[in-house]
Design a binder for this molecule. Structure first.
Ligand SMILES: Nc1nc2c(ncn2[C@@H]2O[C@H](COP(=O)(O)OP(=O)(O)O)[C@@H](O)[C@H]2O)c(=O)[nH]1
Ligand SMILES: [Mg+2]
Length: 360
């Protein structure tokens, strides 16, 4: 999973990157103002399962974050590795400035998060329109000059793109209107930014951390949609506290009424935004969290673990993670008749612990 951190200059993108990376990940510079880092998504369910089976190793889900240089400056299209990372990203984290700070000038002079979200959304819309127009031009030529089959395919693609263009012309981001999995797949390779799921991250002031939940709720009410999530964080505070010892950090948090787990909360929001289902394998060598698309079968889950396991699939033993914790072990669960035997078409549920029996 690749996520690109985007937003206006000085909204706090790099600070968010640092805050999320602290304690959870490792970063590397990718040059030209771009940084890449991989972050482990904390998951208490996974930790408890690891303890239960005395796992030697616990492997959480990881996502890759891209901190990109300023985009769309003076209307310029993204280029080079930033453009590539942006096009490939599975989702966007849109950082928006809500923090007050005199020594960091706002590009437009005042703090207005809603205006900024709109402004950056408009840039992304224009970017997508550019992609679609260029592609339509090409398809037009193909449709006129190619053989029938190819011409018909070009015609179909062209109709799909024209539908997308209608939405963009009406200033509607594609993520809000294109929700059919098939349509999303068909458009996936064009690198359309407004089609990607987006997490709006409201970057709040140090002085507002005590009201974090309320600010988040307020933005969520106005901004959250099916594929747009919302969260709030004081990025600078979190980035700075992450450099202190846990004791010192706790003292600061108490003083500021800051509460704990703000970055974990953002990482949770990322997981939600991706719309993925998490399942677990509880091995004593490695207890691990995995993700699959919502609605995927246990056979697909087996394929996530290993293609051999998918190929040799016999059946799967499945139990909900909390049921397993309650019963204490797979053996106890089996005795209690709670370890379900599922065939290949079973739809994996959030939090399932899965043991695939296979034969290769
Ligand atoms: N007070 C305050 N300053 C912040 C916060 N987040 C970022 N900044 C400051 O804003 C400036 C721009 O942040 P940066 O992360 O470099 O923004 P970018 O251009 O979006 O990458 C830096 O001086 C940060 O220290 C915040 O939550 N509170
Ligand atoms: Mg930056």
């Amino acid at each position: 999973m690749d996520l690109a951190i985007v937003g206006l200059p000085f909204s706090g993108k790099t600070t968010v990157f640092k805050a999320l990376m602290a304690g959870h990940g490792s970063a590397s510079a990718a040059g030209r103002g771009e940084a890449i880092g991989s972050v482990k998504i904390p998951d208490e369910r996974l930790q408890s399962l690891g303890v239960l089976v005395a796992a030697k190793k616990i492997t959480p889900i990881e996502v890759v974050l891209h901190d990109l240089p300023a985009l769309f400056e003076r209307g310029a299209a993204p280029s080079g590795s930033a453009a590539e990372a942006l096009g490939r990203a599975d989702a966007l984290i849109h950082v928006v400035r809500e923090f007050e700070r005199d020594d960091v000038p706002h590009p437009t002079g005042t703090i207005d998060a809603d205006r900024d979200i709109g402004a950056f959304d408009a840039e992304m819309l224009l970017h997508d329109l550019g992609i679609i127009d260029r592609r339509l031009d090409k398809l037009d030529t193909t449709a006129r000059t190619a053989k029938t089959a190819e011409g018909e395919a070009a015609q179909r693609e062209s109709e799909m793109l024209k539908r997308a263009k209608t939405h963009l012309d009406a200033e509607t981001p594609l993520r809000d209107v294109i929700t059919d999995e098939g349509d999303i797949k068909a458009l996936a390779n064009f690198g359309l930014l407004t089609l990607k799921p987006m997490l709006i991250l409201v970057n709040i002031s140090e002085s507002a951390v005590a009201e974090r939940d309320a600010i988040e709720a307020e933005f969520r009410e106005r901004r959250a949609k099916a594929r747009t999530s919302v969260t709030a964080l004081c990025a600078r505070l979190e980035a700075e506290l992450a450099e202190l010892s846990p004791e010192e950090a706790k003292e600061f948090r108490d003083d500021m009424n800051a509460g704990e787990g703000a970055t974990d909360h953002v990482l949770e929001a990322i997981r939600e935004m991706l719309g993925l289902v998490t399942f677990f394998t509880a091995g004593d060598k490695d207890t691990r969290a995995w993700t699959i698309p919502n609605g995927a079968t246990v056979l697909q889950a087996a394929g996530r673990i290993h293609t051999d396991i998918e190929r040799g699939f016999i059946r799967a033993e499945v139990i909900a993670w909390d049921k397993l914790l309650e019963l204490g072990s797979h053996n106890e669960a089996r005795k209690a008749g709670q370890l379900r035997q599922e065939g290949r078409t079973y739809i994996v549920q959030e939090g399932d612990v899965i043991n695939v029996l296979f034969n290769v």
